[in-house]
Design a protein around this ligand. Structure first.
Ligand code: NAP
Length: 328
C-alpha cells in the first residue's frame, strides 16, 4: 500500500472542488495491472468529469484523467510484467475509474496497449485520446474512400486537441486542410501545423438556412457539432463523408435527408472510448509509424498536478491551443 499524489474532485453542496491530495493504492479499484503513471493528457472530457457532468462521472470523490502512459508495477495478467511501458486511453478510465490525474492507476489488462516502438510515453500523451480520435476519424474517412484528390478537407475546432492533430496529420498525408477556428490570434499556429485555408466560425455558419451548400469539401472532421457540423455536411462534394466526434458547440443538429439522397454523402460516427482494443492497437501502430505527426512537440503545453486545474478551466472555456500534457 504505497502513497501517491492525485487531483481529487469532491462534490460539495453546490459545486465541485478540486485539490491535490495524498492517496494510497488501497484507494484504487481492483484490477489486473497497477501502473506508475508518468504522463497523462488533458481532454475536454476531463473538464466535464471535473465539473460534475453526469454523462461522464457519476460518483465523487473522483480523480479524472481519461489518458495515462506509464510503467507496470504489478500485474496479475500474463500479458504484462513489471517494467513494461503501457498506454491506456478510453474505456472507463477517468470516468468512473480513478484516472491519469493520479500518479497510480489500477486497471483491467484489457484496457492497455503496449507502448509501440516509435513513440515515447510522453509523445503518446501529446497524442492522447484527442489525437487518437483525430487519427480514427481520418482512418474511417479513408476507409470509405477519402483521398487528397477529392478536394479540401474541413476541420472544425481546429486549434483544439482533436482539431490540431487532425490538421497536422491530414496535412502530412497530403490533404489540403481548411481549418475553422474562433481564435483569430492563432491563424499563424494553424498555418504552421499545416492549414492551407482558415475560416472563422461565423463563416462556417453561413448559409445555415439553406438546404444545400456549394459542393466544396472532399471530407470533414467535426469536433463541434450543431450548425457548423450540418453546414459541413451540406457542403460535402458528391459521395464524400464527414466524421463526427464532438459536441463542444452543440449535441443537436437540425437536419434534412437532402444531402444524403441528392449528394450520396455519409455522416460517420466516431467513438474512441469503447473501440475494441485490437482496433485501438492498430491505430496506435499507425501513429507510431507512417502517421506519426511531424513536430508533435509544437502542440504540447506541459502541466503539473498543481497547474492542471487551470488547464481544466481553459479547456472548458474553449481556450486551449493544441494538447495539454500532464507530467507527473
Ligand atoms: N468521440 C470520441 O471518441 C471523442 C474523443 C475525443 C474528443 N471527443 C470530443 O471532441 C470534442 C473536442 O475535444 P478536444 O479534447 O479536442 O477539446 P478542445 O481541445 O477544447 O477543442 C475544442 C475546440 O473547439 C472550438 N470551440 C470551442 N467552443 C466552441 C463553440 N461554441 N463553437 C464552435 N467551436 C468551438 C475551439 O477551437 P477554435 O477556437 O479553434 O474554434 C476549441 O479549442 C469534445 O466534444 C470531446 O468531447 C470525442
Amino acid at each position: 500500500m504505497s502513497e501517491f499524489r492525485a487531483l481529487l474532485v469532491e462534490k460539495t453542496a453546490d459545486s465541485f472542488e478540486r485539490s491535490v491530495v495524498e492517496r494510497t493504492t488501497a484507494d484504487l479499484p481492483d484490477g489486473d495491472v497497477l501502473i506508475d503513471v508518468r504522463f497523462s493528457s488533458l481532454n475536454y472530457k476531463d473538464g466535464m468529469s471535473a465539473t460534475g457532468s453526469p454523462g461522464v462521472t457519476r460518483n465523487y470523490p473522483h480523480t479524472p484523467g481519461i489518458d495515462a502512459a506509464g510503467v507496470v508495477i504489478e500485474s496479475t495478467d500474463g500479458k504484462f510484467t513489471p517494467g513494461d511501458e503501457v498506454i491506456a486511453i478510453g474505456f472507463d478510465l477517468g470516468m468512473n475509474t480513478a484516472g491519469g490525474f493520479g500518479q497510480r492507476i489500477r486497471v483491467p489488462a484489457g484496457w492497455l496497449v503496449a507502448r509501440p516502438d516509435g513513440l515515447t510515453l510522453e509523445e503518446s500523451m501529446i497524442i492522447g485520446t484527442a489525437g487518437f480520435t483525430a487519427a480514427l476519424c481520418i482512418h474511417k474517412l479513408e476507409h470509405v474512400g477519402m483521398t487528397p484528390a477529392a478536394g479540401p478537407v474541413l476541420v472544425t475546432g481546429a486549434t483544439g486537441g482533436v482539431g490540431s492533430v487532425a490538421v497536422m496529420l491530414l496535412s502530412k498525408l497530403g490533404y489540403a486542410v481548411t481549418a475553422v477556428t474562433g481564435k483569430e490570434s492563432q491563424h499563424g499556429f494553424l498555418r504552421d501545423i499545416g492549414a492551407a485555408e482558415i475560416l472563422s466560425r461565423e463563416q462556417a455558419r453561413e448559409g445555415s438556412d439553406r438546404p444545400l451548400l456549394k459542393e466544396i469539401w472532399g471530407g470533414a472532421v467535426d469536433t463541434v457539432g450543431g450548425e457548423i457540423l450540418w453546414n459541413a455536411v451540406k457542403g460535402l462534394q458528391y459521395g464524400q463523408s464527414l466524421a463526427a466526434c464532438g459536441l463542444v458547440d452543440s449535441p443537436q443538429i437540425s437536419a434534412t435527408v437532402l444531402p444524403f439522397i441528392l449528394r450520396h454523402v455519409n455522416l460517420l460516427g466516431i467513438d474512441s472510448v469503447q473501440l475494441p482494443l485490437t482496433q485501438k492497437a492498430e491505430i496506435w501502430q499507425k501513429l507510431a509509424g507512417p502517421w506519426k505527426p511531424d513536430g508533435l512537440a509544437t502542440l504540447k503545453e506541459t502541466f503539473t498536478l498543481e497547474t492542471i486545474s487551470n488547464g481544466i478551466d481553459r479547456i472548458l472555456a474553449g481556450e486551449m491551443v493544441g494538447r495539454g500534457v500532464l507530467e507527473h
